[in-house]
Ligand binder design. Structure first.
Ligand code: SF4
Ligand code: SF4
Length: 510
Protein backbone atom coordinates (compact mmCIF):
# COMPACT_ATOMS: atom_id res chain seq x y z
CA UNK A 1 0.00 0.00 0.00
CA UNK A 2 1.40 3.42 -0.98
CA UNK A 3 2.23 5.68 1.97
CA UNK A 4 0.40 8.98 2.15
CA UNK A 5 1.25 12.20 3.99
CA UNK A 6 -2.44 12.67 4.57
CA UNK A 7 -5.30 10.51 5.77
CA UNK A 8 -6.55 8.11 3.10
CA UNK A 9 -10.28 7.65 3.71
CA UNK A 10 -11.51 4.23 4.81
CA UNK A 11 -14.17 2.36 2.90
CA UNK A 12 -17.62 3.06 4.30
CA UNK A 13 -19.59 0.03 5.46
CA UNK A 14 -22.77 1.72 4.22
CA UNK A 15 -22.95 4.59 1.72
CA UNK A 16 -23.46 7.12 4.52
CA UNK A 17 -22.91 10.88 4.27
CA UNK A 18 -19.69 11.78 6.10
CA UNK A 19 -19.74 13.91 9.25
CA UNK A 20 -18.73 17.41 8.18
CA UNK A 21 -15.11 18.50 8.68
CA UNK A 22 -15.03 22.26 8.13
CA UNK A 23 -12.01 23.31 6.07
CA UNK A 24 -10.72 19.72 5.74
CA UNK A 25 -9.17 20.37 2.33
CA UNK A 26 -8.82 24.16 2.48
CA UNK A 27 -5.04 23.71 2.29
CA UNK A 28 -5.17 21.69 -0.96
CA UNK A 29 -4.64 24.01 -3.90
CA UNK A 30 -2.81 23.88 -7.19
CA UNK A 31 0.23 26.01 -7.98
CA UNK A 32 -0.57 29.45 -9.34
CA UNK A 33 0.57 29.92 -12.93
CA UNK A 34 3.56 32.20 -13.33
CA UNK A 35 3.86 35.10 -15.77
CA UNK A 36 5.45 33.06 -18.58
CA UNK A 37 2.67 30.47 -18.47
CA UNK A 38 -0.07 33.10 -18.32
CA UNK A 39 1.48 35.27 -21.06
CA UNK A 40 1.49 32.36 -23.50
CA UNK A 41 -2.30 32.23 -23.25
CA UNK A 42 -2.82 35.99 -23.31
CA UNK A 43 -3.80 36.23 -19.63
CA UNK A 44 -2.27 38.74 -17.16
CA UNK A 45 0.96 37.39 -15.64
CA UNK A 46 -0.12 38.01 -12.04
CA UNK A 47 -3.13 39.16 -10.08
CA UNK A 48 -3.98 42.56 -11.53
CA UNK A 49 -4.46 45.57 -9.27
CA UNK A 50 -8.05 46.14 -10.35
CA UNK A 51 -8.88 42.41 -10.01
CA UNK A 52 -12.18 43.11 -8.26
CA UNK A 53 -13.70 45.23 -11.02
CA UNK A 54 -12.21 43.09 -13.74
CA UNK A 55 -13.60 39.90 -12.19
CA UNK A 56 -17.08 41.36 -11.83
CA UNK A 57 -16.86 42.69 -15.39
CA UNK A 58 -15.90 39.27 -16.76
CA UNK A 59 -18.64 37.64 -14.72
CA UNK A 60 -21.16 40.01 -16.31
CA UNK A 61 -19.87 39.11 -19.77
CA UNK A 62 -20.19 35.39 -19.06
CA UNK A 63 -23.71 35.84 -17.66
CA UNK A 64 -24.70 37.63 -20.87
CA UNK A 65 -22.99 35.11 -23.10
CA UNK A 66 -24.11 31.90 -21.38
CA UNK A 67 -27.79 32.05 -20.44
CA UNK A 68 -27.35 28.67 -18.73
CA UNK A 69 -24.96 30.20 -16.19
CA UNK A 70 -27.52 32.79 -15.11
CA UNK A 71 -30.24 30.13 -14.91
CA UNK A 72 -28.03 27.87 -12.79
CA UNK A 73 -27.22 30.71 -10.41
CA UNK A 74 -30.91 31.70 -10.12
CA UNK A 75 -32.61 28.30 -10.06
CA UNK A 76 -31.22 26.47 -7.02
CA UNK A 77 -33.87 25.88 -4.32
CA UNK A 78 -31.37 24.39 -1.86
CA UNK A 79 -33.22 21.09 -1.79
CA UNK A 80 -30.01 19.27 -0.87
CA UNK A 81 -30.37 16.47 -3.43
CA UNK A 82 -26.84 17.07 -4.71
CA UNK A 83 -25.05 17.37 -1.39
CA UNK A 84 -23.80 13.80 -1.09
CA UNK A 85 -23.28 13.17 -4.82
CA UNK A 86 -19.78 14.62 -5.22
CA UNK A 87 -16.87 12.23 -4.85
CA UNK A 88 -14.70 15.02 -3.42
CA UNK A 89 -17.21 15.69 -0.66
CA UNK A 90 -17.62 11.98 0.08
CA UNK A 91 -13.85 11.55 0.31
CA UNK A 92 -12.95 14.79 2.10
CA UNK A 93 -16.04 15.64 4.20
CA UNK A 94 -15.23 19.30 3.56
CA UNK A 95 -18.65 21.01 3.34
CA UNK A 96 -17.40 23.37 0.65
CA UNK A 97 -17.06 20.33 -1.59
CA UNK A 98 -20.81 19.78 -1.52
CA UNK A 99 -21.92 20.79 -5.02
CA UNK A 100 -24.47 23.27 -3.71
CA UNK A 101 -21.86 24.86 -1.44
CA UNK A 102 -19.36 25.02 -4.30
CA UNK A 103 -21.98 26.80 -6.41
CA UNK A 104 -22.74 29.12 -3.51
CA UNK A 105 -19.17 30.49 -3.67
CA UNK A 106 -20.14 32.11 -6.95
CA UNK A 107 -23.87 32.48 -6.33
CA UNK A 108 -23.37 34.81 -3.35
CA UNK A 109 -21.22 37.11 -5.48
CA UNK A 110 -23.73 36.90 -8.35
CA UNK A 111 -26.53 37.92 -6.00
CA UNK A 112 -24.53 40.88 -4.65
CA UNK A 113 -23.65 42.43 -8.00
CA UNK A 114 -26.29 41.18 -10.44
CA UNK A 115 -29.61 41.00 -8.53
CA UNK A 116 -31.66 43.84 -7.07
CA UNK A 117 -32.32 42.22 -3.66
CA UNK A 118 -28.61 41.45 -3.38
CA UNK A 119 -27.69 45.05 -4.12
CA UNK A 120 -30.24 46.44 -1.63
CA UNK A 121 -30.31 43.88 1.19
CA UNK A 122 -27.26 41.65 0.81
CA UNK A 123 -27.44 40.24 4.32
CA UNK A 124 -31.02 39.06 3.84
CA UNK A 125 -30.49 37.14 0.61
CA UNK A 126 -27.13 35.51 1.17
CA UNK A 127 -25.25 37.96 -1.04
CA UNK A 128 -21.60 38.77 -0.39
CA UNK A 129 -18.89 41.09 -1.71
CA UNK A 130 -16.13 39.66 -3.82
CA UNK A 131 -13.23 39.98 -1.39
CA UNK A 132 -9.72 38.57 -1.74
CA UNK A 133 -10.71 35.80 0.71
CA UNK A 134 -13.63 34.86 -1.53
CA UNK A 135 -11.37 34.90 -4.58
CA UNK A 136 -8.91 32.62 -2.75
CA UNK A 137 -11.78 30.28 -1.88
CA UNK A 138 -12.69 30.19 -5.57
CA UNK A 139 -9.12 29.26 -6.47
CA UNK A 140 -9.11 26.46 -3.90
CA UNK A 141 -12.54 24.91 -4.30
CA UNK A 142 -13.15 25.44 -7.99
CA UNK A 143 -9.95 23.45 -8.40
CA UNK A 144 -11.42 20.69 -6.24
CA UNK A 145 -14.14 20.11 -8.81
CA UNK A 146 -13.39 17.80 -11.73
CA UNK A 147 -16.30 19.19 -13.75
CA UNK A 148 -17.67 15.63 -13.80
CA UNK A 149 -21.38 16.63 -13.78
CA UNK A 150 -22.45 13.80 -11.48
CA UNK A 151 -24.24 16.24 -9.20
CA UNK A 152 -26.31 17.56 -12.10
CA UNK A 153 -27.76 14.07 -12.72
CA UNK A 154 -29.40 14.21 -9.28
CA UNK A 155 -30.45 17.88 -9.31
CA UNK A 156 -34.19 18.24 -10.04
CA UNK A 157 -33.37 21.40 -12.02
CA UNK A 158 -30.38 19.94 -13.83
CA UNK A 159 -28.07 22.59 -12.40
CA UNK A 160 -24.61 21.89 -13.76
CA UNK A 161 -21.92 22.74 -11.22
CA UNK A 162 -19.29 22.04 -13.87
CA UNK A 163 -20.40 25.09 -15.85
CA UNK A 164 -20.14 27.25 -12.75
CA UNK A 165 -16.67 25.88 -12.09
CA UNK A 166 -15.63 26.61 -15.66
CA UNK A 167 -16.93 30.18 -15.42
CA UNK A 168 -15.05 30.70 -12.15
CA UNK A 169 -11.80 29.45 -13.66
CA UNK A 170 -12.24 31.71 -16.68
CA UNK A 171 -12.74 34.69 -14.35
CA UNK A 172 -9.68 33.70 -12.29
CA UNK A 173 -7.59 33.52 -15.46
CA UNK A 174 -8.87 36.87 -16.64
CA UNK A 175 -7.61 38.56 -13.46
CA UNK A 176 -4.22 36.81 -13.60
CA UNK A 177 -4.92 34.10 -11.00
CA UNK A 178 -4.61 31.02 -13.22
CA UNK A 179 -3.68 27.46 -12.43
CA UNK A 180 -0.19 26.35 -13.48
CA UNK A 181 -0.95 22.77 -14.54
CA UNK A 182 -3.71 23.33 -17.07
CA UNK A 183 -2.32 26.58 -18.41
CA UNK A 184 1.18 25.19 -18.90
CA UNK A 185 -0.27 22.27 -20.85
CA UNK A 186 -2.42 24.56 -22.96
CA UNK A 187 0.70 26.58 -23.78
CA UNK A 188 2.49 23.41 -24.93
CA UNK A 189 -0.31 22.21 -27.16
CA UNK A 190 -0.67 25.61 -28.80
CA UNK A 191 3.07 25.89 -29.43
CA UNK A 192 4.11 22.31 -30.18
CA UNK A 193 0.89 20.43 -30.90
CA UNK A 194 0.48 18.17 -27.91
CA UNK A 195 0.15 18.24 -24.13
CA UNK A 196 3.49 16.49 -23.62
CA UNK A 197 5.44 19.04 -25.65
CA UNK A 198 6.68 16.18 -27.84
CA UNK A 199 8.17 17.59 -31.06
CA UNK A 200 7.58 15.96 -34.48
CA UNK A 201 10.92 14.08 -34.78
CA UNK A 202 10.55 12.60 -31.29
CA UNK A 203 7.04 11.46 -32.15
CA UNK A 204 8.30 9.85 -35.35
CA UNK A 205 11.02 7.99 -33.41
CA UNK A 206 8.52 6.83 -30.83
CA UNK A 207 6.14 5.46 -33.45
CA UNK A 208 8.97 3.67 -35.27
CA UNK A 209 10.08 2.07 -32.01
CA UNK A 210 6.54 0.89 -31.34
CA UNK A 211 6.23 -0.58 -34.84
CA UNK A 212 9.39 -2.58 -34.19
CA UNK A 213 8.06 -3.78 -30.83
CA UNK A 214 4.79 -4.96 -32.38
CA UNK A 215 6.57 -6.79 -35.18
CA UNK A 216 8.87 -8.47 -32.70
CA UNK A 217 5.90 -9.47 -30.60
CA UNK A 218 3.52 -10.64 -33.34
CA UNK A 219 5.64 -11.17 -36.45
CA UNK A 220 3.30 -8.80 -38.29
CA UNK A 221 4.40 -5.44 -39.71
CA UNK A 222 1.73 -3.21 -38.16
CA UNK A 223 2.33 0.43 -39.13
CA UNK A 224 1.80 3.66 -37.24
CA UNK A 225 1.78 6.14 -40.14
CA UNK A 226 2.52 9.81 -39.55
CA UNK A 227 1.60 12.79 -41.76
CA UNK A 228 0.52 10.67 -44.71
CA UNK A 229 -0.93 12.94 -47.39
CA UNK A 230 -4.18 11.56 -48.81
CA UNK A 231 -4.78 8.98 -46.08
CA UNK A 232 -8.47 8.20 -45.62
CA UNK A 233 -8.55 8.53 -41.82
CA UNK A 234 -6.94 11.17 -39.61
CA UNK A 235 -6.57 9.57 -36.20
CA UNK A 236 -6.25 11.92 -33.21
CA UNK A 237 -5.54 10.58 -29.76
CA UNK A 238 -4.32 11.91 -26.38
CA UNK A 239 -0.55 12.35 -26.49
CA UNK A 240 -0.27 10.25 -23.33
CA UNK A 241 -0.94 7.31 -25.67
CA UNK A 242 2.49 7.84 -27.25
CA UNK A 243 4.46 7.46 -24.04
CA UNK A 244 2.65 6.60 -20.85
CA UNK A 245 1.74 3.21 -19.47
CA UNK A 246 -0.85 1.79 -19.77
CA UNK A 247 -1.96 4.25 -22.48
CA UNK A 248 0.54 3.04 -25.07
CA UNK A 249 -1.02 -0.44 -24.95
CA UNK A 250 -4.21 1.06 -26.36
CA UNK A 251 -2.27 2.87 -29.09
CA UNK A 252 -0.88 -0.52 -30.11
CA UNK A 253 -4.46 -1.83 -30.06
CA UNK A 254 -5.74 0.95 -32.35
CA UNK A 255 -2.91 0.29 -34.81
CA UNK A 256 -3.70 -3.43 -34.85
CA UNK A 257 -7.39 -2.69 -35.49
CA UNK A 258 -6.56 -0.37 -38.40
CA UNK A 259 -4.16 -3.00 -39.73
CA UNK A 260 -6.73 -5.79 -39.48
CA UNK A 261 -9.31 -3.61 -41.24
CA UNK A 262 -6.84 -2.76 -44.00
CA UNK A 263 -7.50 0.94 -43.29
CA UNK A 264 -5.65 3.86 -44.80
CA UNK A 265 -4.93 6.00 -41.75
CA UNK A 266 -2.48 8.51 -40.37
CA UNK A 267 -1.50 10.37 -37.25
CA UNK A 268 -0.47 14.02 -37.53
CA UNK A 269 2.41 15.92 -35.97
CA UNK A 270 0.45 19.17 -36.20
CA UNK A 271 -2.56 17.63 -34.47
CA UNK A 272 -0.81 15.18 -32.16
CA UNK A 273 -3.24 15.82 -29.31
CA UNK A 274 -6.91 14.97 -28.99
CA UNK A 275 -7.11 16.39 -25.46
CA UNK A 276 -8.40 19.92 -25.06
CA UNK A 277 -7.68 21.55 -21.70
CA UNK A 278 -9.46 24.69 -22.89
CA UNK A 279 -12.60 22.89 -21.67
CA UNK A 280 -11.28 22.74 -18.12
CA UNK A 281 -10.62 26.48 -18.12
CA UNK A 282 -14.08 27.25 -19.46
CA UNK A 283 -12.46 29.19 -22.28
CA UNK A 284 -14.22 28.93 -25.61
CA UNK A 285 -11.35 30.80 -27.27
CA UNK A 286 -8.66 28.43 -25.93
CA UNK A 287 -10.77 25.42 -26.80
CA UNK A 288 -11.23 26.69 -30.34
CA UNK A 289 -7.50 27.33 -30.81
CA UNK A 290 -6.66 23.78 -29.71
CA UNK A 291 -9.41 22.22 -31.84
CA UNK A 292 -8.40 24.32 -34.84
CA UNK A 293 -5.10 22.43 -35.13
CA UNK A 294 -7.05 19.26 -35.93
CA UNK A 295 -9.10 21.02 -38.59
CA UNK A 296 -5.91 22.42 -40.13
CA UNK A 297 -4.34 18.95 -40.20
CA UNK A 298 -7.49 17.39 -41.69
CA UNK A 299 -7.60 19.98 -44.45
CA UNK A 300 -3.89 19.77 -45.18
CA UNK A 301 -3.78 15.97 -45.32
CA UNK A 302 -7.00 15.78 -47.34
CA UNK A 303 -8.51 13.04 -45.16
CA UNK A 304 -12.07 11.76 -45.57
CA UNK A 305 -12.68 10.76 -41.97
CA UNK A 306 -11.63 11.75 -38.45
CA UNK A 307 -11.43 9.05 -35.78
CA UNK A 308 -10.66 9.76 -32.12
CA UNK A 309 -8.77 7.68 -29.55
CA UNK A 310 -9.54 6.90 -25.91
CA UNK A 311 -9.89 10.25 -24.15
CA UNK A 312 -12.93 11.28 -22.11
CA UNK A 313 -12.86 15.07 -22.13
CA UNK A 314 -11.52 15.14 -25.70
CA UNK A 315 -14.53 13.12 -26.84
CA UNK A 316 -16.83 15.54 -25.01
CA UNK A 317 -15.37 18.53 -26.83
CA UNK A 318 -15.25 16.66 -30.13
CA UNK A 319 -18.72 15.10 -29.94
CA UNK A 320 -20.58 18.00 -28.36
CA UNK A 321 -18.72 21.10 -29.50
CA UNK A 322 -16.69 20.51 -32.66
CA UNK A 323 -19.63 21.47 -34.84
CA UNK A 324 -19.62 25.08 -33.71
CA UNK A 325 -15.93 25.20 -32.73
CA UNK A 326 -14.47 24.07 -36.05
CA UNK A 327 -17.35 22.99 -38.27
CA UNK A 328 -17.05 19.21 -38.09
CA UNK A 329 -20.67 18.09 -38.04
CA UNK A 330 -23.35 20.66 -38.75
CA UNK A 331 -22.89 24.25 -37.64
CA UNK A 332 -19.64 25.69 -38.93
CA UNK A 333 -20.22 28.41 -41.48
CA UNK A 334 -16.79 29.89 -42.11
CA UNK A 335 -15.11 29.04 -45.45
CA UNK A 336 -12.72 26.46 -43.96
CA UNK A 337 -15.55 24.68 -42.14
CA UNK A 338 -17.50 24.53 -45.40
CA UNK A 339 -14.44 23.23 -47.23
CA UNK A 340 -13.94 20.53 -44.59
CA UNK A 341 -17.60 19.51 -44.81
CA UNK A 342 -17.19 18.99 -48.54
CA UNK A 343 -13.99 17.02 -48.00
CA UNK A 344 -15.24 14.60 -45.29
CA UNK A 345 -17.11 11.52 -46.48
CA UNK A 346 -20.80 11.82 -45.48
CA UNK A 347 -21.25 8.04 -45.51
CA UNK A 348 -19.39 7.89 -42.20
CA UNK A 349 -20.18 9.38 -38.81
CA UNK A 350 -18.04 12.50 -38.45
CA UNK A 351 -16.23 12.52 -36.08
CA UNK A 352 -16.13 8.90 -34.96
CA UNK A 353 -14.88 7.40 -31.70
CA UNK A 354 -12.39 4.54 -31.99
CA UNK A 355 -14.84 2.41 -29.98
CA UNK A 356 -17.53 3.05 -32.61
CA UNK A 357 -15.01 2.15 -35.31
CA UNK A 358 -13.89 -1.08 -33.62
CA UNK A 359 -17.44 -2.00 -32.60
CA UNK A 360 -18.60 -1.73 -36.19
CA UNK A 361 -15.77 -4.00 -37.35
CA UNK A 362 -16.65 -6.55 -34.68
CA UNK A 363 -20.34 -6.46 -35.67
CA UNK A 364 -19.40 -7.05 -39.30
CA UNK A 365 -17.07 -9.89 -38.42
CA UNK A 366 -14.02 -8.10 -39.80
CA UNK A 367 -11.89 -8.59 -36.67
CA UNK A 368 -10.78 -11.98 -35.50
CA UNK A 369 -10.67 -11.99 -31.71
CA UNK A 370 -9.42 -14.73 -29.42
CA UNK A 371 -11.09 -14.09 -26.08
CA UNK A 372 -8.99 -16.71 -24.33
CA UNK A 373 -5.98 -14.41 -24.69
CA UNK A 374 -7.55 -12.41 -21.85
CA UNK A 375 -8.50 -15.42 -19.74
CA UNK A 376 -6.07 -14.34 -17.02
CA UNK A 377 -8.26 -11.30 -16.50
CA UNK A 378 -11.56 -10.69 -14.75
CA UNK A 379 -12.57 -7.33 -16.17
CA UNK A 380 -14.78 -4.50 -15.02
CA UNK A 381 -15.45 -1.23 -16.84
CA UNK A 382 -15.18 2.30 -15.45
CA UNK A 383 -17.41 4.79 -17.32
CA UNK A 384 -15.50 8.04 -17.71
CA UNK A 385 -17.53 11.11 -16.72
CA UNK A 386 -17.21 13.12 -19.91
CA UNK A 387 -18.15 10.17 -22.11
CA UNK A 388 -20.96 9.05 -19.81
CA UNK A 389 -22.60 12.38 -19.00
CA UNK A 390 -21.59 14.73 -21.78
CA UNK A 391 -21.53 12.76 -25.01
CA UNK A 392 -22.86 9.72 -26.78
CA UNK A 393 -21.76 6.94 -29.12
CA UNK A 394 -23.61 5.07 -31.81
CA UNK A 395 -27.16 5.71 -32.90
CA UNK A 396 -29.06 4.70 -29.80
CA UNK A 397 -29.42 6.40 -26.42
CA UNK A 398 -26.90 4.92 -24.01
CA UNK A 399 -24.56 3.83 -26.80
CA UNK A 400 -21.71 5.34 -24.81
CA UNK A 401 -22.37 2.67 -22.15
CA UNK A 402 -23.09 -0.35 -24.35
CA UNK A 403 -20.49 0.07 -27.12
CA UNK A 404 -17.35 -0.05 -24.93
CA UNK A 405 -18.85 -2.90 -22.89
CA UNK A 406 -19.70 -4.83 -26.07
CA UNK A 407 -16.07 -4.50 -27.14
CA UNK A 408 -14.82 -5.66 -23.74
CA UNK A 409 -17.18 -8.67 -23.84
CA UNK A 410 -16.00 -9.52 -27.35
CA UNK A 411 -12.40 -9.60 -26.17
CA UNK A 412 -12.62 -11.48 -22.88
CA UNK A 413 -14.61 -14.24 -21.23
CA UNK A 414 -14.87 -12.73 -17.76
CA UNK A 415 -16.69 -9.43 -17.33
CA UNK A 416 -18.43 -8.01 -14.26
CA UNK A 417 -20.04 -4.61 -13.86
CA UNK A 418 -19.65 -2.60 -10.69
CA UNK A 419 -22.70 -1.50 -8.63
CA UNK A 420 -25.46 0.08 -10.72
CA UNK A 421 -25.30 3.29 -8.65
CA UNK A 422 -21.67 3.78 -9.68
CA UNK A 423 -21.79 3.15 -13.43
CA UNK A 424 -23.42 4.58 -16.58
CA UNK A 425 -24.73 8.12 -16.00
CA UNK A 426 -24.19 7.71 -12.24
CA UNK A 427 -20.54 6.82 -12.65
CA UNK A 428 -18.11 8.23 -10.11
CA UNK A 429 -15.21 10.34 -11.34
CA UNK A 430 -11.74 8.83 -11.09
CA UNK A 431 -10.84 11.89 -9.00
CA UNK A 432 -8.33 13.37 -11.44
CA UNK A 433 -10.48 14.89 -14.20
CA UNK A 434 -11.16 18.52 -15.04
CA UNK A 435 -7.54 19.66 -14.72
CA UNK A 436 -7.05 18.18 -11.24
CA UNK A 437 -4.45 15.65 -12.40
CA UNK A 438 -1.48 17.34 -10.79
CA UNK A 439 0.57 16.08 -7.88
CA UNK A 440 0.38 19.15 -5.63
CA UNK A 441 -3.32 18.28 -5.17
CA UNK A 442 -2.71 14.55 -4.73
CA UNK A 443 -4.59 14.61 -1.43
CA UNK A 444 -7.89 15.59 -3.06
CA UNK A 445 -7.24 13.19 -5.94
CA UNK A 446 -6.83 10.27 -3.52
CA UNK A 447 -9.78 11.33 -1.36
CA UNK A 448 -11.96 11.92 -4.40
CA UNK A 449 -11.23 8.41 -5.68
CA UNK A 450 -12.91 6.86 -2.62
CA UNK A 451 -16.36 6.05 -4.10
CA UNK A 452 -14.86 4.44 -7.21
CA UNK A 453 -12.39 2.47 -5.08
CA UNK A 454 -15.23 1.26 -2.85
CA UNK A 455 -17.16 -0.03 -5.88
CA UNK A 456 -14.02 -1.58 -7.34
CA UNK A 457 -13.15 -3.23 -4.05
CA UNK A 458 -16.55 -4.88 -3.94
CA UNK A 459 -16.11 -6.60 -7.33
CA UNK A 460 -12.51 -7.47 -6.43
CA UNK A 461 -13.68 -9.21 -3.27
CA UNK A 462 -16.86 -10.77 -4.69
CA UNK A 463 -15.84 -11.56 -8.25
CA UNK A 464 -12.03 -11.55 -8.23
CA UNK A 465 -11.86 -8.63 -10.68
CA UNK A 466 -8.22 -7.89 -11.53
CA UNK A 467 -8.52 -5.45 -14.43
CA UNK A 468 -10.48 -2.19 -14.73
CA UNK A 469 -10.85 -1.05 -18.33
CA UNK A 470 -11.56 2.54 -19.25
CA UNK A 471 -11.52 4.80 -22.30
CA UNK A 472 -9.94 7.93 -20.86
CA UNK A 473 -6.29 8.95 -20.70
CA UNK A 474 -6.84 10.97 -17.53
CA UNK A 475 -8.65 8.10 -15.79
CA UNK A 476 -5.74 5.80 -16.69
CA UNK A 477 -3.15 8.24 -15.31
CA UNK A 478 -5.18 9.00 -12.19
CA UNK A 479 -5.89 5.35 -11.35
CA UNK A 480 -2.28 4.35 -11.92
CA UNK A 481 -1.38 6.90 -9.25
CA UNK A 482 -4.14 6.36 -6.69
CA UNK A 483 -4.82 2.60 -6.87
CA UNK A 484 -1.79 1.83 -4.64
CA UNK A 485 -3.14 4.15 -1.91
CA UNK A 486 -6.09 1.75 -1.65
CA UNK A 487 -3.93 -1.38 -1.73
CA UNK A 488 -4.42 -2.22 -5.42
CA UNK A 489 -1.79 -2.87 -8.06
CA UNK A 490 -1.32 0.14 -10.35
CA UNK A 491 -1.23 -2.27 -13.31
CA UNK A 492 -4.86 -3.27 -12.90
CA UNK A 493 -6.08 -0.33 -14.99
CA UNK A 494 -5.89 -0.22 -18.76
CA UNK A 495 -7.68 0.74 -21.94
CA UNK A 496 -10.42 -1.09 -23.77
CA UNK A 497 -8.08 -1.28 -26.76
CA UNK A 498 -5.44 -2.90 -24.58
CA UNK A 499 -7.86 -5.81 -24.30
CA UNK A 500 -8.48 -5.64 -28.05
CA UNK A 501 -4.72 -5.60 -28.64
CA UNK A 502 -4.24 -8.77 -26.62
CA UNK A 503 -7.17 -10.62 -28.18
CA UNK A 504 -6.85 -9.63 -31.83
CA UNK A 505 -5.53 -12.27 -34.20
CA UNK A 506 -3.40 -10.71 -36.93
CA UNK A 507 -1.86 -12.18 -40.01
CA UNK A 508 -3.69 -13.84 -42.85
CA UNK A 509 -7.34 -12.93 -43.00
CA UNK A 510 -9.52 -16.03 -43.03
S1 SF4 B 1 -16.66 17.37 -9.01
FE1 SF4 B 1 -18.47 16.66 -10.15
S2 SF4 B 1 -19.96 16.11 -8.55
FE2 SF4 B 1 -18.40 17.40 -7.59
S3 SF4 B 1 -19.24 19.48 -7.71
FE3 SF4 B 1 -17.89 19.19 -9.49
S4 SF4 B 1 -19.27 18.53 -11.12
FE4 SF4 B 1 -20.40 18.22 -9.19
S1 SF4 C 1 -29.91 19.53 -6.18
FE1 SF4 C 1 -30.01 21.36 -7.50
S2 SF4 C 1 -31.60 22.64 -6.57
FE2 SF4 C 1 -31.05 21.09 -5.04
S3 SF4 C 1 -29.44 22.05 -3.79
FE3 SF4 C 1 -28.38 20.94 -5.41
S4 SF4 C 1 -28.10 22.45 -7.07
FE4 SF4 C 1 -29.65 23.29 -5.68
Amino acid sequence: MAKAEFEVPSYRKLPTIPALKEGATAHVKPYVADAAVQDALGYPGELVEDWHDKAIGRMGELLDKYRSLRVYLDACVHCGACTDKCHYFLGSADPKNMPVARQELMRKVYRRYFTLPGKLFPGLVGAADLTKDVLDDWFTYFHQCSECRRCSVFCPYGIDTAEITMAAREILNTVGYGMKYTNQILGKVLKIGNNLGLPGPALEDTLQGLEEDIEMDTGVAVKMPLDVQGAEILFVTPSADFFSEPHVESLIGYAKVFHAAGASWTLSTHASEAGNFGLFNGSYEQMRKVAMRIREAALELGVKRIVVGECGHAWRVIYSMWNTLIGVGAGGTDPFAIELQKQLDPRFKQPMHICEYTHDLIQRGVLKLDKSANDHRVVTFHDSCNVARASRMGDVPGGQFTIPRDIVKATCNNFVDMDQDTIHEKTFCCGGGGGVLTDEVLEIRVKGALPRMEALNKVVENNKVNFMATICAICKAQFTKVLPFYGFDMGMVGGVHQLVSDAIVLGDKE
